[in-house]
Structure formats: structure tokens, C-alpha cells
Design a protein. Structure first.
Length: 327
């Protein structure tokens, strides 16, 4: 049966519209993950600036720094403000998840003999005084402190891009500030753990309600410790919250962290359920980013039109250094 030219044109236009709607529903984008960066200062700063050049050249939608902006040295306000200047040299928005070296370990002689709680409260004011990201171009964020129950935790934030939710929590290596030597440090850990678990739970809940295809949870520490965390240890509650949320969430879960300074991409919670005769937690992927002295980042591609959603590639420092950045 012959069709008129106008009929063929109508069919072509309809197919084009359908194809465009599919593309729109699964729009691809990328973000960058990095952490454990400038340990040997000031010698590392030129290489760090060069890595930021590489990240800027890759044009991500945003970047996530998972903490440890220093190794040794005083971690008072002067250092923190200097790091903010680096974050604000990223062209695209950058979201910062605190590491242990810049607050929880600051009681050590080689980091200035500071009270970690005092440093943490100061960092909240420096980096999260407003509900927006860092970077030359910023991104609006929902802070946990914007609610009533956990009003202190401005550093725990949430945002979304297309059909993907993003959540950061303040979970740091080595012991997550679970220290018994001083009561106020122990109390800080207990209160923050409650806030972190609540924020992870609500992140999964909101992602499910929105029908998102994936959720990304970023933090500094490795909660997937070899051999497992001891029950009641510094990461047990966080690991349980991630596993519980992933079990109920129909999409993909990506946990991004640092601390161990080596690139790892795996499925750390996957195991065989003998009773159900199937594997569980197949939807949880872990990205452990590079770390000092390997000054690299990871570009994460996102395509919600694929079953796996996430892809990964390394980013290396460019040989040139931005001439407009002043220490």
C-alpha cells in the first residue's frame, strides 16, 4: 500500500520526536571525583593546579572532592581558607566532603594541636555557610542543617542531576573520630553518626520517590574494610545504612570514597544468597579514587539509558599551569 509524501513525512517526524524524547530522558553527563590531594605542601600545589586545569578542560557538570586536602601541617583557618581558594578555581561547581586529615586528626602535634570539634565547626562556616557549592560557577545544595533535627550538619548535602541523586556525608578515616580519650570527641562521633545515617536514609527515600535511576553517595573513608568493620566500630552504622538502602532501591548505587590512595572500582557488597539462589547487592559499585602521591582524578560518565549507568576514566594533570591563579 502506497503512502502519500505527507504521510511519510508525518511518520518520520513522529519517529524523530520519539527518539528525541528518549535522548532527553537519558541525557548523558559527567562529573569528576578526586581526593587525598596535596599531602606534601607547598611542593604539591603546582601539580594540583595542573590537575584542576585538566578537570576544567574536561568540562564536567561538577566535581566531588572526597577529602584529605592535606597530609601534615597546621590545619587552622589559614590553611582552610587557602584550600577554599583552590576549590573556587574549579570552573564548574565542586562539592567537598571533609576528610580526617583536615579536622579529625588535627589534635596531633604535626597538625597544630587543635581541638577537632573546633576545627570542624570552623570548616562548616568556611565551606558551607551558604546552601551552594564551591567553584567559579556554583550549584544549589540542600544541606542537612537546613532542616530542624540536625541543624549543625551543614557539610552533609544533597542535590540531583537528571535522574541521579547525589549525597555527601561526613564519614572520615581512620577512626571517624570515634575516640575514647576525651568525652566531647566521643559525643561528637555519636551525634554525627546519627546525622549521617539519617541523611543516607533520607537520600535513598527521596531518590526512590523521585523515580531516579541511580544514587551516588560520597564520603572520605572506606567503609568496605577488608574483613569487615567490627560491630559497633566507626563505620558499622554507615555500612548498614548503605546496604539497607541499596537493598530497597531499584536503581544503581555508586559509593565514592578515598583514604587508601589507590584506584579501585568493584562491587564490594555483592555476595551469594544460598537460600534465594541469587546474588545480592549487585547494584552497589564502589569507586575509590586515586590519592597522593598519584595526583589524578576520575571522570565518571553517567548515562541513565544504560543498565549500569556509570562509566569511569582517569584524568591526568596537564603540563601547563593556569597563569591566572595566585597563591
Amino acid at each position: 500500500m502506497l503512502q502519500s509524501k505527507s504521510g511519510i513525512t508525518a511518520v518520520v517526524c513522529m519517529m524523530a520526536a520519539m527518539f528525541s524524547s528518549v535522548l532527553a530522558a537519558s541525557e548523558q553527563f559527567s562529573f569528576v571525583a578526586l581526593g587525598d590531594t596535596t599531602y606534601a605542601v607547598p611542593d604539591d600545589y603546582p601539580l594540583y593546579r595542573s590537575l584542576i586545569d585538566t578537570i576544567n578542560a574536561s568540562s564536567p557538570r561538577f566535581s566531588i572532592h572526597v577529602g584529605d586536602t592535606m597530609g601534615l601541617g597546621d590545619c587552622g583557618d589559614e590553611f582552610q581558607l587557602g584550600q577554599k581558594k583552590y576549590f573556587d578555581s574549579f570552573d564548574a561547581p565542586v562539592i567537598y566532603a571533609f576528610g580526617n586529615n583536615e579536622w579529625a586528626e588535627c589534635w596531633r602535634d604535626n597538625r597544630g594541636n587543635h581541638d577537632p570539634v573546633v576545627v570542624l565547626n570552623s570548616m562548616r562556616k568556611i565551606f558551607f555557610s551558604q546552601p551552594r557549592s564551591l567553584g567559579r560557577n556554583t550549584l544549589p545544595l540542600l544541606r542537612q542543617s537546613d532542616g530542624k533535627e540536625f541543624s549543625a550538619y551543614a557539610e552533609n548535602v544533597r542535590w540531583h542531576s537528571q535522574e541521579v541523586s547525589f549525597v555527601t556525608v561526613n564519614v572520615v578515616g581512620a577512626s571517624n573520630n570515634q575516640l575514647l580519650r576525651e568525652e566531647h570527641l566521643w559525643r561528637e562521633f555519636v551525634d554525627r553518626e546519627k546525622a549521617n545515617v539519617a541523611w543516607i536514609d533520607s537520600g535513598f527515600s527521596e531518590a526512590g520517590k523521585a523515580g531516579h535511576k541511580a544514587i551516588v553517595i560520597a564520603m572520605h573513608s572506606n567503609i568496605f574494610l577488608e574483613g569487615g568493620d567490627e560491630e559497633g566500630g566507626p563505620f558499622t552504622a554507615i555500612l548498614n545504612a548503605v546496604a539497607r538502602g541499596a537493598q530497597a532501591f531499584p536503581g544503581q548505587v555508586l559509593v565514592v570514597h578515598g583514604h587508601h590512595h589507590a584506584l579501585i572500582i568493584d562491587r564490594p557488597l555483592r555476595k551469594w544468597d544460598n537460600k534465594a539462589k541469587t546474588s545480592v547487592h549487585d547494584n552497589v559499585t564502589r569507586l575509590q579514587v586515586y590519592g597522593w602521591p598519584d595526583m589524578k582524578a576520575v571522570r565518571v560518565s553517567v548515562d541513565t539509558g544504560t543498565p549500569w549507568v556509570f562509566g569511569f576514566e582517569p584524568l591526568y594533570p596537564l603540563p601547563s599551569i593556569s597563569p591566572d591563579f595566585q597563591d
